[in-house]
Design a protein around this ligand. Structure first.
Ligand SMILES: C[S@@+](CC[C@H](N)C(=O)[O-])C[C@H]1O[C@@H](n2cnc3c(N)ncnc32)[C@H](O)[C@@H]1O
Length: 403
């Protein structure tokens, strides 16, 4: 975290401002509106450089009984066989059940097992589609969601995976299906989630929403139903920490703070910065505005504010700043946010950490494992019949630690 300079200054009309002890001060001594120092983009990688290298492991077996310890994975991202779509010709396969209910029951048995394996902060991203049975959609995704809720899961999102193209369909009296679902399930409400990192990568900083427009990849190899790497990448960005504490399993989570940096291309923001400069407002004035928010009866009166100052002082600084800025003070309440560090855990700063673990219990060709590894996570795949021949290469290159 950047240290704050001493806060002295003058308001626009030349009035002296108060310092944190409430004393009047003379000439401003601070450089005005210096940015609060964000963590450099590559520091995440540097910070966790010492974590053990990620690995990749394939297990032959059933998605309902996996040889993994309790609390040993951070994210399940997978694409099970769809109901009545494709016969994989292997004993014990899921997807060929007689009724939708039996199919959903089989997936619930899977979820039970994955819940055991997931850490309490874990998530499942389940790619499912629907099937026409006797000319009607069977409603499979909705049935899965309802059954999962009944089993105690939280359905956090039903993401629409929209595709521009797809297989031609012979039907003449209905539209061709051009979407599937990615259901995000969690066992608990305090799951690991990096919306900030994801939004910066996938969007423009705002929440990018629950429709993923991703086209199927051309080079799918000889497997009939692999899913695009981009789906896995997004799930990992959102819900798989790069590292977790080896002792207690707590993920390192991003710490985000609002800066005093505004977008100078917006006229209101530009004017707000001019006024702040004229009034010689300090970064602590801006922090005080952000702590109190747009309401004068802000929370700073009641709580410690994160600005390192007591509530009364923060309130006084905010009042000064608001007086100098007029209506433009609002601009600073939605200033850019930056990463300022990562959380620790009770095991202390020296505790060893290990890579986040991504599990794909229907791994097929290993799309998930390859993507996890390339993002610096450990990948574990399970399949009754894993396809690890010519498609299963590429783990020799150094994984990236980029976020
Ligand atoms: C839709 S494919 C997965 C495709 C994969 N996402 C990819 O990108 O290649 C489904 C896979 O589930 C496997 N499978 C079917 N029933 C299974 C079960 N009970 N346990 C584990 N794997 C199973 C099949 O062998 C098949 O490889």
């Amino acid at each position: 975290m950047a240290t704050m300079p001493p806060q002295r200054g003058r308001t626009k009309n030349g009035a002296h401002t108060t310092d944190t002890a409430g004393k009047m001060s003379g000439e401003a001594e601070t450089t005005l509106l210096e940015p609060r120092t964000p963590v450099p983009p590559d520091e995440y990688a540097t910070t966790f450089r010492e974590a053990e290298e990620p690995t990749v492991e394939v297990k032959v077996g059933d998605a309902r009984t996996i040889a993994m310890a309790d609390d040993s994975a951070d994210l399940v991202v997978t694409s099970p066989p769809y109901y009545k779509k494709r016969d994989y010709g292997v004993e014990g396969q899921i997807g060929q059940e007689t009724t939708p209910k039996e199919y959903v029951d089989a997936l619930m048995d899977c979820l039970k097992e994955w819940r055991r394996i997931l850490r309490p902060t874990g998530s499942v991203f389940l790619n499912v589609g629907d099937t026409y049975v006797k000319r009607s959609l069977a409603g499979i995704p909705g049935r899965i969601e309802a059954a999962a809720i009944d089993d105690g899961w939280l359905v956090r999102n039903r993401i629409i995976w929209a595709k521009d193209g797809g297989m031609p369909e012979p039907a003449k009296n209905r539209l061709a299906g051009r979407h599937e679902y990615i259901i995000h399930l969690t066992p608990r409400s305090d799951y690991y989630y990096d919306l900030f990192g994801y939004s910066q990568d996938v969007g423009n900083g705002a929440n990018p929403g629950d429709v993923w427009r991703i086209n199927p990849e051309r080079n799918m190899g000889r497997h009939l139903a692999p899913f695009p790497r981009e789906i896995v990448r997004r799930a990992i960005l959102l819900a798989c920490p790069l590292v977790v504490c080896k002792k207690c399993g707590t993920p390192k989570s991003r710490k985000v703070a609002r800066t005093d940096q505004l977008d100078p291309t917006r006229p209101q923001a530009k004017r707000a910065m001019e006024l702040a400069k004229e009034a010689r407002l300090t970064p602590e004035h801006i922090a005080a505005i952000q702590a109190t928010g747009v309401s004068d009866a802000g929370k700073a009166l009641r709580v410690q504010t994160g600005t390192g100052r007591n509530a009364v002082t923060v309130q006084a600084l905010a009042a000064e700043a608001k007086k100098a800025l007029g209506g433009y003070f609002r601009e600073f309440t939605f200033a850019r946010k930056v990463t300022v560090g990562w959380t620790g855990c009770d095991c202390g700063d020296d505790a060893p950490y290990e890579r986040g673990v991504v599990l794909d219990p229907f791994m097929g060709t290993g799309t998930t494992l390859r993507t996890a590894y390339s993002m610096g996570r450990t990948g574990i795949g399970v399949d009754l019949n894993p396809i690890t021949d010519e498609n299963f290469t590429g783990f020799t290159s150094q994984p990236t630690l980029d976020q």
